[in-house]
Design a protein around this ligand. Structure first.
Ligand SMILES: Nc1ncnc2c1ncn2[C@@H]1O[C@H](COP(=O)(O)OP(=O)(O)O)[C@@H](O)[C@H]1O
Ligand SMILES: [Mg+2]
Length: 331
C-alpha cells in the first residue's frame, strides 16, 4: 500500500498528514500554459477518444470538456499559489439504462488520473449490496472495504438512491451514506465518487439527503439515444467485433429498432448490444448448417436480413404479444 488511508481506517489513529502538495506528482510542474498542461497530461488523446468512440452525448461531452478546462486552469492557478483547496469533483450521472453512464465514468476516471487528481485512475463500480450489510455491524466494514479498493480512483455507485430507504427507519443504508459523506469530504483529493441512476429517483434522493447533494459538484444528464444514434452505435459495435450488416440487414435493423423502441424495457445502447448478440447467434446457426462448404471471410462477417428478421419483435402481432415475448430469451 503506497499511502495510508487515514479517515477510513476506523481503528487506526489518525496520522497527521503532510500538507497535500498542490501540484500533482504525475505532472512535471509548474506548467505555465494551458497547452503545457494539456501536453503534460496527454489529456487531449482521451478527449478525442471519447468524442470518436461514443456516438451522440453532445451535452455530456461538453460538460466533460468544461470540467477538464476547470481542472487545467486549476493546475495553473495552483502553480502560482492561487489555490487553497482541492476542488470538489464528486458527480452525479443521471439517465436511463444503457445511456453510457458507466462507460463515461471509466473515461472520466482516466481524465482525472491524467490531470493528476487521482493517483491510480481505476473505477470501482458498486451497488447498494456491495456497501450495505444484512446485519448490525456489517455495513461499516463493507463500506470501508469498498472505499479502500476505490482509493486513488473513482467509486461509481449505481442506483445510489437505494442506499436511502426512508420507509425503514433502521435501514443500514444510512450508515453507509454517513461513511461515504465523511470520506467524500475528507479524502476528496484521492477519491472521486460518482452517483448514477434514474434522474427522478436521484432528485428525490438528493432532496432527502442534502448532505450528499451539497457534496456533488457536477450533475451530468445522459439523454436517451435517438433512432439514428442507435443505428450508429450498432454499426460501431458490429465493426468492433469484425461484423457488418448486409445492405438488406441494415434496413431490417432500422425497422427492428423502430419496433423495439415502442416496446417496454428498452435500454438504449445496451438493448442494441443484446440484439446484435442474438443476431450473431442466428448468423452462426445459419452458417453452421452449411457443413461441406468452405465459408468465405465475407460470409463469416456479414449479418444478413434473415438474421435480423427472425427476431420476435417482427413476429408479435401487437404490442401486448411483443411484451409477453420480451420476458422470453431471444427477442
Ligand atoms: N454513445 C455510445 N456510443 C457507443 N456505445 C455506447 C454508447 N453509450 C453506451 N454504449 C455501449 O452500450 C453499453 C451500455 O453502456 P453503459 O455505459 O453500461 O450504460 P449505463 O451505465 O448508462 O447503463 C456498453 O456496451 C457501451 O459501450
Ligand atoms: Mg451502468
Amino acid at each position: 500500500m503506497s499511502q495510508p488511508l487515514y479517515a477510513i481506517a476506523g481503528s487506526t489513529p489518525t496520522v497527521a498528514a503532510a500538507p497535500t502538495p498542490l501540484a500533482s506528482p504525475s505532472l512535471p510542474s509548474p506548467a505555465r500554459t494551458v497547452g503545457e498542461v494539456l501536453r503534460d497530461s496527454r489529456i487531449e488523446a482521451v478527449m478525442e477518444e471519447l468524442d470518436r468512440d461514443l456516438v451522440g452525448l453532445a451535452p455530456v461531452k461538453q460538460r466533460i470538456r468544461d470540467i477538464a478546462a476547470l481542472l487545467v486552469i486549476d493546475r495553473l492557478r495552483a502553480g502560482l499559489g492561487l489555490q487553497a483547496q482541492a476542488p470538489s469533483l464528486h458527480m452525479s450521472f443521471t439517465g436511463n439504462p444503457g445511456t453510457g453512464k458507466t462507460t463515461v465514468a471509466r473515461r472520466m476516471a482516466e481524465i482525472l488520473h491524467r490531470l493528476g487528481y487521482v493517483r491510480k485512475g481505476h473505477l470501482v463500480a458498486v451497488t447498494r449490496d456491495d456497501l450495505v450489510g444484512q446485519y448490525i455491524g456489517h455495513t461499516a466494514p463493507k463500506t470501508r472495504e469498498v472505499l479502500k479498493k476505490a482509493m486513488g480512483g473513482v467509486l461509481f455507485i449505481d442506483e445510489a438512491y437505494y442506499l436511502y430507504r426512508p420507509e425503514n427507519e433502521r435501514d443500514y443504508g444510512q450508515e453507509a451514506i454517513e461513511i461515504l459523506l465523511q470520506v467524500m469530504e475528507n479524502q476528496r483529493d484521492d477519491l472521486v465518487v460518482i452517483l448514477a441512476g434514474y434522474g427522478d429517483r436521484m432528485n428525490t434522493f438528493f432532496q432527502s439527503n442534502p448532505g450528499m447533494s451539497s457534496r456533488i459538484a457536477h450533475h451530468l444528464d445522459f439523454p436517451d439515444y435517438a433512432h439514428d444514434e442507435l443505428m450508429q452505435i450498432a454499426q460501431r459495435m458490429l465493426a468492433a467485433m469484425n461484423y457488418r450488416f448486409d445492405p438488406g440487414a441494415e434496413t431490417a435493423f432500422a425497422e427492428y429498432l423502430t419496433r423495439r423502441l415502442a416496446l417496454p424495457h428498452f435500454a438504449n445502447a445496451r438493448s442494441v448490444r443484446n440484439a446484435l448478440d442474438r443476431m450473431r447467434l442466428r448468423q452462426a446457426s445459419r452458417l453452421f448448417a452449411q457443413r461441406d462448404r468452405e465459408l468465405t471471410r465475407d460470409e463469416l462477417s456479414s449479418v444478413q436480413e434473415a438474421d435480423v428478421r427472425a427476431s420476435r419483435v417482427f413476429q408479435a402481432a401487437d404490442a401486448a404479444d411483443a411484451t409477453a415475448d420480451l420476458r422470453l430469451p431471444g427477442v
